[in-house]
Design a protein around this ligand. Structure first.
Ligand SMILES: C[S@@+](CC[C@H](N)C(=O)[O-])C[C@H]1O[C@@H](n2cnc3c(N)ncnc32)[C@H](O)[C@@H]1O
Length: 296
């Protein structure tokens, strides 16, 4: 099931429409375009084209992340026995959204989707209208206390039972220098460390570069376009996750996280991005890094 596209968007409240930023790219729309989505503007597509000049891996790694999402959620339901999910920075609906993957393996699974971009709420509501175990809220993951206080989240998630907290392809939106909230560690760890029951899991991915100088250049470039961004090194990501127990194979390039050649495919990338598909077979400077960790 996919979103209808911006033109067909049902705006049941005008405030959602007016709060959608049109003067700068957004992560949800730009990432969605690389997955084959239609909910994007020229400014988002131009942003991706400019980023690809120096970082042509981005189309591949966005798509590799989305394939990891399927494998991670399947693992969480089938092997870790998780039945409730908090998906922070969930993005626009596409194929195999978290609730569709989770409910495929356990029809009773519940999902709270959270995103800061109001377009996600508008599109998510349409997708989830008839699914009582799922909701979408607009909130900032840098304020986990507000997410925990949200009545919809409280209704669907029972924190006395294990929960999976997902931060998929969002770690790079959490900047060390951010003056909102209490920093990336607080955003990533507050829920899992303070309220989640033992046996809960954290699934995380973020764009990394092994070379800190190039990581900084990428951050500068994307941040200047209006999307808060920090490319980290793998070691910097590891440092944010200490004390949790990574499940096999640990924190790795997502391609190496329980690869499954038989998993469902993604929508094709748009024709104009096709030349970039497969670039990471020969070039792996920038990649998406992460895994699944358990709270004991
Ligand atoms: C690259 S997309 C990832 C979507 C999805 N998690 C996935 O892995 O397919 C990043 C998403 O994070 C959202 N986001 C960025 N900063 C956020 C914040 N501070 N709070 C909540 N969501 C945020 C963006 O709006 C976007 O939808």
């Amino acid at each position: 099931m996919r979103g209808e596209g911006l033109i067909g968007m049902t705006m049941d409240d005008e405030s959602t429409a007016t709060s959608i930023p049109f003067d700068k790219p957004t992560s949800a729309r730009a990432y969605g375009w690389m997955l084959g989505g239609k909910d994007n503007y020229a400014i988002d597509r131009e942003f991706i084209r400019r980023t690809l000049v120096e970082f042509p891996e981005c189309v591949d790694i966005a798509r590799q992340n989305r394939l990891f999402l399927f494998r991670a959620v399947r693992y969480l339901v089938q092997e870790a026995g998780i039945r409730q999910f908090l998906d922070l920075g969930c993005g626009l609906p596409t194929d195999n959204n978290v609730h569709q993957v989770a409910q495929r393996f356990d029809p009773a699974a519940s999902v709270v989707y959270v995103d800061v971009d109001p377009i996600v709420l508008a599109q998510g509501r349409a997708l989830l209208a008839d699914n009582e175990a799922t909701t979408v809220i607009t909130a900032d993951m840098r304020d986990p206390e507000a997410i925990l206080a949200n009545p919809d989240a409280q209704q669907l998630i029972d924190f006395t039972e294990p929960v999976a907290v997902l931060f998929l392809s969002v770690g790079h939106h959490l900047k060390d220098s951010d003056d909102v909230g209490h920093g990336p560690r607080h955003a990533l760890r507050h829920i899992i460390d303070t309220v989640a029951a033992p046996g809960s899991h954290l699934a995380v991915s973020q764009i990394v570069h092994d070379d800190p100088v190039k990581a900084a250049r990428m951050s500068e470039q994307i941040d200047a376009a209006g999307i808060p961004w920090q490319t980290r090194t793998p070691a910097e990501v590891d440092a944010l996750l200490d004390g949790l127990e990574p499940v096999e194979p640990g924190l790795v390039n997502l391609n190496d996280w329980r690869p499954d050649p038989n998993q469902p495919l993604l929508e094709p990338a748009p024709a104009v991005l096709q030349p970039y598909v497969g670039i990471t077979e020969t070039r792996t400077d920038v990649y998406e890094y992460g895994g699944v960790l358990r709270k004991s």
